[in-house]
Write a protein that binds this ligand. Structure first.
Ligand code: MN
Length: 370
């Protein structure tokens, strides 16, 4: 690392200029980023940090620590881990000017790092150890909190590891290996109407989508890792940023009339390889999420349906190719009418107070065909 052991303000001029690499990669006339002229570096207390969420060609979080008048920086593709068992890649990048700590905005496409930069967190850090190969700090931010170590593995490749325990006592990692809860076929539920909510039965491909570090992992009961099957959904991961969640929903293909078309969908089955250009073009898919099983360290499966549904709607899933499956207000008969209008022949009645039971065919969800 260029800054290690450097004399503050001393040295032999341009050859020791820690921002030379930074300036060399940017044209101040073409980027809104701060590009200070060479000269004396500011003096601070070496105790502030900034983390920027950078929607470049590949999403990453830039973690920057104030040190000797610059921001020493790592690009962390999945952001700081919360799980003490994770080591995440952190690529050491060029020192940035202190002024960069307040930068957010759009770097024009085609420029170095083109894309949106969001200030994800800023705050103070405590230094525990700083050597050429290992940096231990405690973050005191609004979002970044706790002890972390950055350690070099090879060249500019470093790893970052959380040295504290989980962020809160009941924190859980994103679960893996869950299978969807399914509905039991039956008639429209009788009795107290207020106990039931209705959704459309889309007759699509049922999938679970895990989102973490801005990346998605798709599982389908027929294909263990269907991650490559629906590249349209990658942007949903980036859009969710650092939100960690597990979504349950269906892939549908909408025909020219805007109705779900199961014949069309059959051309895009879940599989572990990427679809061809022709299928991508001719079979546009949409992901409709209807349940939320985990969010930011909290297991939601034991929470009532109506609460999970509320949390799902609060996620803001609104993209060209993804969204929340609409709830259908009213009675079961009303819901069936809406279904018929879309060319569907069934609805799912869901008991409002019911928990999510992975892998179960439950009578709390009733598939009503009519
Ligand atoms: Mn970056």
């Amino acid at each position: 690392m260029t800054h290690a052991g450097r004399d503050r303000g001393g040295g032999d001029g341009a050859a020791r200029d820690p921002l030379a690499a930074y300036r060399g990669m940017r044209d101040p006339g073409r980027t809104p980023e701060p590009v200070p002229p060479a000269g004396p570096l500011p003096e601070g207390n070496d105790d502030t940090f900034v983390i920027q969420e950078h929607h470049a060609r590949s999403l990453h979080w830039d973690v920057r620590l104030e040190r000797d008048g610059v921001l020493v920086s790592w690009a962390v593709p999945k952001g700081l881990p919360l799980n003490p068992k994770d080591n995440r890649l952190a690529v050491h990048t060029e020192d940035h000017p202190i002024d960069y700590g307040s930068f957010q905005g759009d770097i024009p496409a085609g420029e170095y790092g083109g894309g949106k930069v969001i200030l994800w967190d800023r705050g103070r850090y405590e230094l525990e150890e700083w050597t050429d190969r290992e940096v231990k700090v405690v973050f005191h931010g609004d979002r970044a909190e706790g002890r972390y170590v950055f350690f070099q593995t090879r060249g500019s490749d470093w790893m970052v590891h959380r040295m504290d325990g989980p962020p809160f006592p009941e924190w859980l990692p994103l679960p893996t290996g869950l299978t969807p809860m399914t509905a039991t076929p039956g008639p429209l539920p009788s009795g107290d109407r207020r106990q039931w909510a209705y959704e459309l039965a889309w007759a699509g491909n049922r999938i679970l989508v895990a989102v973490e570090g801005g990346r998605i992992r798709i599982t389908d009961q027929k294909v263990r890792n269907a991650g490559a099957a629906y590249p349209e959904l990658r942007a949903m991961g980036a859009e969710l940023g650092s939100t960690v969640c597990l979504l349950d929903g269906e892939i549908v293909a909408l025909g020219r009339d805007g109705r779900p078309d199961s014949t069309l969908l059959r051309r895009r089955p879940a599989r572990d390889s990427a679809p061809g250009a022709k299928d991508l073009r001719e079979v546009p898919i949409t992901f409709l999420a209807f349940d939320l099983l985990h969010q930011d360290g909290h297991d939601l499966t034991g929470r009532p349906y109506e609460e999970r549904r509320q949390a799902l709607e609060a996620l803001g899933l609104e993209g060209a190719r993804w969204g929340v499956a609409p709830a259908v207000p009213g009675t079961g008969r009303d819901a069936l009418k809406v279904a018929h209008g879309l060319g569907l022949d069934a609805v799912v009645a869901k008991r409002r107070k019911s928990a999510y039971r992975p892998g179960d065919a439950s009578e709390d969800w009733i598939l009503v065909t009519g």
